[in-house]
Design a binder for this molecule. Structure first.
Ligand code: ZN
Length: 670
């Protein structure tokens, strides 16, 4: 069984002093926690700044302590083994467990710096001819040196950072310590490194826990008497299952409240790499943020459920684009003000006004960055939740996605969805991995090359598709349609690409590789195959059921007319009996003429509701029946994405209509 660790954000509103039972108000508790985190922060900053040099980072990276033994994985132990221990300021009493927590956090910061250092070294060693566009050979050379799991956003940001340094100093940075100042130390205390002498945690109910922690009673505790045990009741959010194991939290003060970031572990079912029959494939779409399809493997061929799944985030994406433009604008203004300020002295009368303006702009810029970050995160989790819900309702045991590392060379641009940064896609993959793990669904990436280029229906990945504007959106840019001249397939290009991804995954699953440390699953070899589209068996209509019940013909032929003409053709009344013209709908209804040729019921599907108005009672909409599937773009959907302007195909269970693969008839397009 694997374990999944997640963090629940909790708040401690008050506490009691264990020994006396005295109630500690929220304000006083906040102050005491702030004293503790402040003490820890000073200690951490001490360790980090003292060892922010190449020699000490080398020592930490070597993984060997002063005594020649291998460094332990626990950060605080490694720091002590290297002889980097700290002592609190003279006259202060800080117990050893608080020191441990501080050293643990310092070790984590320095170990993170080691990762960045490897990145910087690799990028400098393979500095490309043109830093804005690496060639394929340059990418390959860089990937050899990089550690696994480095995202494109990281590479791009580091490349920009190094380029800026080189432009300023005209040499490459010799080490990370030249490129960056020592990392900022957050005011928080990682209690994971402590033991029962500083913290205990127990669950008191399904939705509550009790945190006991020793807190200082004064800002500078001088002896052990200045520390005492506090009991903090913590309410757990509903995302923490009752059987989850709680771990020691991280405590911090944010916005005047004591935040308890509580990690919890849940046991997971195992998702195997191979042996999948039903799977879902998702494409990073042009028309939707994610376009997917569910399908199954039957007798060595892939039959897809003939229903495209689309998550369209055009609205959110456009919003993000506007926010990013605004951010660039603010940054440019900020730079300009800094340039102006550099030319004048603080004695200048304009200095005060300019520096105030710069400060205001700085705050605004920070807020805008936070807004973009939050929106990205919300979008990523919403899309991931939707994708995993679709997969689990389809009964899929695996989700196939495009490998982002092979997506770089293509650079899809033009549509609003394509503008979403690679970082959002990386976040979506991470979120899908996390959520899928809870359902024991495997997440596997397949090569992205050529997924939207070849026809999924014929030629086993050799017949090239033609891309043209969608037939119902001829004037819109970015809405692309795929047409296969060989077999006549005509459908949304992202849908076709999703089918190819599904085929590559299901057919090539024997080549799935699981990474030893990160556990991520990848398929590197491309196995191509055609995808048939299954037609779901529909429930018979009411007329058909009636015909079967009464054993009558569903489409009866009209009775043969007597052809012998033995009387004059009767004159058709064009006017009503009292000789008035029909000039309104009411008149028509009053004097309605019936004809045997007029059907007594609607024969075409009702048009989808166009918003507004109230649905008549008892007429619940039947989702999935009359969906506009033509471009994969879903209007009037009822799926709750949690975001305005993000529309997605509703998650529906089709198991009873779906039929087994043997009954499913593949559509033959001729
Ligand atoms: Zn074709």
């Amino acid at each position: 069984m694997n374990k999944l660790t997640a963090t629940a954000p909790c708040t401690a509103h008050a506490a009691t002093v264990e020994k006396t039972g005295e109630v500690v108000s929220a304000a006083l508790l906040t102050q005491r926690v702030a004293w503790l985190t402040g003490l820890a922060q000073d200690l951490i900053a001490c360790v980090v700044t003292a060892h922010w040099n190449a020699a000490d980072l080398d020592a930490l990276a070597s993984g060997v302590g002063l005594d020649g033994r291998v460094l332990p994985t626990k950060g605080w132990m490694a720091v002590r083994r290297l002889g980097w221990g700290t002592t609190p300021a003279a006259g202060m009493y800080v117990c050893d467990r608080v020191l441990r927590c501080a050293q643990e956090q310092a070790a984590r910061l320095l170990r993170l710096a080691l990762h960045r250092r490897r990145l910087v070294a690799a990028i400098v060693a393979t500095w490309p001819h043109n830093p804005q566009a690496r060639t394929r050979a340059e990418w390959d050379a860089l990937r050899v040196l990089l550690p696994d799991g480095v995202t494109l956003a990281e590479i791009r940001n580091r490349t920009r950072q190094i380029r800026a340094y080189r432009d300023e100093h005209e040499v490459f940075p010799a080490d990370l310590t030249e490129l960056e100042e020592p990392p900022n130390v957050a005011t928080q205390i990682v209690l994971a490194a402590a033991d029962r002498q500083l913290v205990t945690l127990e669950r008191t109910g399904n939705r509550s826990a009790r945190l006991r922690v020793r807190l200082p009673l004064v800002e500078s505790p001088a002896s052990g008497k200045d520390w005492t045990w506090h009991v903090l009741p913590v309410a757990l959010p509903p995302t923490v299952p009752p059987q989850a194991t709680l771990c020691a939290p991280t405590v911090r003060v944010a916005r005047g409240r004591v935040r308890v970031d509580l990690p919890f572990q849940t046991l997971l079912g195992f998702a195997p790499a191979t042996g999948h029959v039903i799977g879902c494939g998702f494409d990073w779409g042009l028309n939707g943020l994610l376009v997917g399809v569910a399908g199954e493997l039957a007798d060595g061929r892939v039959i897809s459920d003939g229903r495209p799944l689309a998550y369209d985030a055009s609205g959110v994406s456009a919003k993000l684009h506007r926010l990013r433009a605004e951010r660039e604008h603010l940054a440019a203004k900020h730079r300009h003000l800094e340039k102006l300020l550099a030319r004048i002295t603080p004695a200048d009368p304009r200095y005060v006004a300019l520096s105030t303006a710069r400060q205001v702009l700085g705050v605004e810029h920070e807020r805008l960055c936070a807004r973009i970050r939050n929106l990205n995160k919300a979008l990523a989790w919403s899309a991931a939740r939707w994708a995993v819900d679709q997969a689990s309702t389809a009964g899929a045991t695996v989700i196939y996605l495009e490998d982002l590392t092979t997506l770089e060379a293509r650079g899809r641009r033009g549509s609003v969805n394509a503008r979403l940064s690679g970082q959002v896609r990386g976040q979506i993959i991470e979120a899908i991995r996390h959520l899928a793990a809870k359902h024991a669904i495997a997440v596997v990436t397949v090569p992205a090359r050529g997924t939207s280029r070849y026809c999924p229906r014929c030629g086993d990945g050799t017949s090239v598709l033609k891309h043209c504007p969608a037939p119902d959106r001829l004037t819109e840019r970015g809405w692309r349609w795929a047409y296969c001249p060989a077999c006549g397939l005509s459908c949304d290009r992202d849908w076709a690409a999703a089918e190819r991804i599904l085929a590559r995954g299901l057919l090539g699953q024997h080549a799935t590789r699981t990474h030893r440390t990160t556990g991520t699953r990848t398929i590197h070899t491309i196995v191509e195959g055609n995808v048939a589209r299954a037609r779901r068996t529909r429930k018979p209509t009411r007329a058909a059921r009636r015909a079967r019940r009464t054993r009558t013909d569903l489409h009866p032929r009209p009775a043969a007319r007597d052809r012998s003409k033995n009387r004059p053709t009767p004159k058709r009344p064009t006017r009503t009996a009292n000789n008035t013209m029909i000039n309104s709908a009411d008149d028509l209804a009053e004097h309605a003429m019936t004809s045997s040729r007029v059907p007594d019921r609607r024969t075409v599907p009702a048009p989808p509701p166009t918003g507004g108005g109230q649905r008549p009672a008892g007429h619940a909409p039947k989702p999935g029946r009359h969906q506009p599937h033509r471009t994969g773009h879903v209007r009037n959907s009822h799926h709750r994405t949690g975001l305005h302007h993000a529309k997605a195909t509703p998650v529906l269970t089709f198991t009873e209509h779906r039929g087994s693969p043997k009954q499913a008839t593949p559509v033959r397009v001729t």
